[in-house]
Design a binder for this molecule. Sequence first.
Ligand SMILES: *Cc1c(COP(=O)(O)O)cnc(C)c1O
Length: 397
Amino acid sequence: MERFVYADNAATTKLSQPVLDAMMPYLTEEYGNPSSLYRFGNHAKRAIENARAQVAKAINADPFEILFTGGGTEADNWVKELMYSLKKKGKNHFITSAVEHHALIHSAQRLEKEGFEVTFLPVDKEGRIDPEQVKAAIRPETGLVSIMFANNEIGTLYPIAEIGAICREAGVLFHTDAVQAAGHVPIDVKAMNIDLLSLSAHKFHGPKGVGAFYCRRGIPLPSLIDGGAQERGKRAGTENVAGIVGLGEAIRIAVEEMPETAKKVSAMRDRLIDGILEKVPMCRLNGPRHDRLPGNCNISFLGIEGESLLLRLDLAGIAASSGSACASSSLDPSHVLLAIGLPHEVAHGSVRLSLSDFNTEEDVDYILEKLPQIVSTLRSMSPLWEEIQKGEVAFTL
Ligand SMILES: *Cc1c(COP(=O)(O)O)cnc(C)c1O
């Protein structure tokens, strides 16, 4: 059988068997409505509250502070709702970064169109933000700062505890999009002074379409979806019981296994990065060499189109992605790769390979066997590569 290597775990992960097992009763016999008063509905209610406690424990929050959503994007959109209510108190300035996920970038752009002041903090060559940048950007009318915990494209980790301390000191709310980080790196909302946080189950072997929004007790949170009394009346609608149970179980397992998983996955990632850099001339690693998400590897190859590389990798049975999930449907290079200063041509030749604990050393071997061959074939067909070789085009990596 043809080999299939799934190396796009930053886009989504495989649902794990124990998570499916935990969900199964709530997709079958336990179909009661959690809001019902009879005991049958109460089973579902209890399962939801158990999951809420599991999510809370994973990030050192209180169960009261966890609200279930329909995923990471929806949780991020709650930030916009908060800005609307902060504006009524004269706080119409929002600070975020240039490298956020589209869920936040597009929310911020919407706020900007609606008359809010928005600061998009720039990043350095490795995608990093200095906490001092955040401090310097805060004004009297700043309501909220939103900086991601870890970058979904290039794996950069952000100094969340330092930024949290700065925001707390300044009396400004701090949100972090932890969708790539939750279940992969340690998160402690109390120690890190995080007020608000988004996470999503399908990034750590849970089901798709379910996530959570953490909101620190005491912060007045406007409702996101009006309707019934579910989720304290702030996110109405009959709960996705099986999904929520899956989220709870997935994060419990991810956090319990994190020390081993992080060690195993980052070792595979390092072997992948070192192998590619060694076997392929004229390529560059995007994001920091060491201080990055355990599974993330993002590389730009001079003289080729990332899309052609992805198609050839697919034919070889390797599922990877270009810098961003949306790049395949648009010709614009990734906003993250441009923000770290890559020229358009270099950004276009980029590929993200993201590993999880479901990958094996054999997967890494297979990528290291196929990818350099494919790059070399594509380069042999590329007029751009020819010009680069002749020195007619000056490129910096
Ligand atoms: C995947 C992702 C999201 C979106 O989460 P969904 O559950 O797919 O809506 C948001 N932010 C980051 C950083 C992500 O990686």
